[in-house]
Design a protein around this ligand. Structure first.
Ligand SMILES: *Cc1c(COP(=O)(O)O)cnc(C)c1O
Length: 432
C-alpha cells in the first residue's frame, strides 16, 4: 500500500519512507491510500486468532507489499511481548488495560512496533532518533530502541520538571540511549529538536528521525488492540460497543476510527479530554479555536492543538460519516479526582487520571442499558503514584519493573537551553 500526504495529495510514498520521514511536505501527515476492509465473516474468523497472529494479519493488510507476513509476525512477536487485560468494572463497563508493557503506558505498543520496523528496514545506515519528552514518550522510546543495531537515541527533557520515577525509567539504560536534561521547559526542548532538524550541517551528515506520535507506524500498531476488545467480550455484547478514549494528540482515537472503518463494528466513540478542550468545543460549535495549554493532573493529555486531528477529519470524509456521530466530553481535574475515588470506593479498582477521564466520560454518555462500554486504560496507576496515593490514602506498590530502575544511576547529561551545545554534542559523537 502507498501513503499520501494529507496536505499535498501528489506526495505519495511507501511505508518504509513514511516510517523513516514521519512528516511530509508542508508539515503534512501521511495517510493510507485506502482503508482495507474486512468483511463480517472474516472479522469473526480473526477474532478467534491469538493477539500476535491477528495483529500481524491486520497490519499486513497495510504493508504486505513491503514485508512478508512471516517476517512481520516475527517482529510483532517482539514488539507486543506483554499482555492486554480486559477488566470488568460493572456488568456493562470494562477497562481495556493497555499498560502492561515495559514502560507501563499504552505508548509501548506504537513505539515498540516502530522500532522493530526501523530495525527491519534500516540495515546499513546509522539513524539518530532525536526526541523531546515530558515523560511517557521518552520512556517508551528509550526502551523500545534499546540495543537496536544502527540506531542511536537522544532524548531531551526539561530538568526537574518530570518525576524522579519517570526520569530513572529512561535515563539509566546507557548503550545506544543518551538522555539530556535541559535547563528549560518542554517547549524549549522541542525547539532544540526543531533547530537540529533545520540545521544544514546536521541534515547533510546525519539521518535524523523523531519517533513522535505523528509517525504512521505508531497508529497502525494501535489499530490492533481495538480488535482485541471484541475478541475478549462475549459475542452477544459485540453489537453494542461504545469505546471511550482518553485523548491528547488524538492518535489513539484515530487508530480506533481506522479499525471501525476497516469493518470492526464499534457502535460509538467518545473522545474524552481534560480541560484542554479544543475538540469538544469544536464538535459543539464548529469553530476551531485552540486556547493556551493548561497544566492538569492528566499531563500526557495537556495538548491544545492535537496533531492527529487532520487524520480524523480525513477519515470522516472518506467514510461519509458525520462528525456529530462522534461524542466528546471535557473533564475537570476535580471530577477526575472524584472518578478515581468512585472507582476505588465502589468497585475496588485503582486507576490513574488519564484512564479516569475516559471512565467518567463513558459514564455520562452510556444511558442505554443494552450498551457495552469500554474505557481505555492508558497508564499504570503506579506511574502516578504520588497523586493516586494522596487521593486514595493508600500506598500503591511499584511493579518490579520499576523498582529495578530506581536503584540505578542516572546517566543523563545536562545542557543549557542553547542550541550550540546540542549541535556540538551531535557533531562530536556522531559525525566522523
Ligand atoms: C499519550 C497519552 C494519552 C493521549 O494519547 P493520544 O494518542 O495522544 O490522544 C493518554 N494517556 C496517557 C497515559 C498517555 O501517555
Amino acid at each position: 500500500m502507498k501513503f499520501y500526504n494529507i496536505n499535498n495529495h501528489k506526495e505519495i510514498i511507501n511505508f518504509e519512507q513514511a516510517l523513516k520521514t514521519g512528516l511530509g511536505k508542508n508539515q503534512g501527515l501521511f495517510f493510507p491510500n485506502f482503508i482495507p476492509k474486512i468483511n463480517f465473516q472474516n472479522i469473526e474468523k480473526i477474532l478467534d486468532m491469538d493477539f500476535i497472529n491477528r495483529s500481524s494479519y491486520i497490519i499486513s493488510l497495510f504493508i504486505k507489499n513491503e514485508i512478508s507476513l512471516e517476517n512481520l509476525t516475527k517482529n510483532i512477536y517482539k514488539a507486543f511481548n506483554f499482555p492486554l487485560k480486559l477488566i470488568n468494572i460493572t456488568s456493562n463497563i470494562s477497562c481495556l488495560e493497555l499498560f502492561h508493557g515495559p514502560t507501563l503506558s499504552f505508548k509501548d505498543f506504537g513505539v515498540r512496533f516502530m522500532s522493530q520496523m526501523l530495525n527491519y528496514f534500516n540495515k546499513q545506515e546509522k539513524m539518530i532518533i532525536l526526541t523531546a519528552t515530558s515523560g511517557d514518550t521518552g520512556a517508551a522510546v528509550a526502551h523500545a530502541f534499546y540495543n537496536i543495531d544502527n540506531i542511536e537515541v537522544i532524548i531531551l527533557y526539561p530538568k526537574n520538571k518530570i518525576s524522579i520515577l519517570q526520569e530513572k525509567l529512561f535515563c539509566t539504560l546507557g548503550k545506544n540511549i543518551k538522555t539530556i536534561s535541559i535547563d528549560g521547559n518542554f517547549d524549549d526542548c522541542q525547539n532544540l529538536i526543531k533547530k537540529s532538524f533545520e540545521d544544514i550541517t546536521l541534515r547533510k551528515k546525519l539521518i535524523l528521525n523523531s519517533a513522535n506520535s505523528i509517525n504512521i507506524s505508531r497508529l497502525i500498531a494501535q489499530i490492533c488492540y481495538y480488535f482485541e476488545v471484541f475478541s475478549q467480550i462475549l459475542p452477544d455484547n459485540r453489537s453494542n460497543v461504545i469505546i471511550s478514549v482518553p485523548s491528547g494528540n488524538f492518535g489513539n482515537l484515530t487508530a480506533g476510527l481506522i479499525a471501525k472503518s476497516m469493518g470492526l463494528p464499534i457502535k460509538k466513540f467518545i473522545a474524552a479530554t481534560n480541560s484542554n478542550d479544543t475538540v469538544p468545543r469544536y464538535l459543539k460549535s464548529g469553530i476551531w479555536n485552540p486556547q493556551k495549554t493548561i497544566a492538569t493532573a492528566s499531563n500526557a493529555m495537556d495538548v491544545s492543538c492535537p496533531n492527529n486531528w487532520p487524520r480524523i477529519i480525513e477519515l470522516f470524509q472518506i467514510n461519509n460519516w458525520n462528525l456529530n456521530q462522534l461524542s466528546s466530553q471535557s473533564i475537570s481535574d476535580y471530577v477526575t479526582e472524584q472518578s478515581i475515588l468512585k472507582l476505588y470506593n465502589k468497585y475496588n479498582y485503582i486507576t490513574e487520571p488519564h484512564s479516569a477521564i475516559a471512565y467518567h466520560a463513558l459514564q455520562v454518555k452510556i444511558k442505554n442499558k443494552e450498551a457495552f462500554g469500554i474505557f481505555l486504560g492508558t497508564a499504570h496507576p503506579a506511574k502516578f503514584q504520588e497523586y493516586v496515593n494522596k487521593i486514595l490514602k493508600i500506598t500503591i506498590k511499584l511493579p518490579n519493573k520499576l523498582t529495578h530502575y530506581i536503584k540505578k544511576e542516572n546517566l543523563s547529561y545536562n545542557f543549557p537551553n542553547n542550541f550550540s551545545y546540542l549541535k556540538s554534542f551531535l557533531i562530536n559523537n556522531y559525525i566522523q
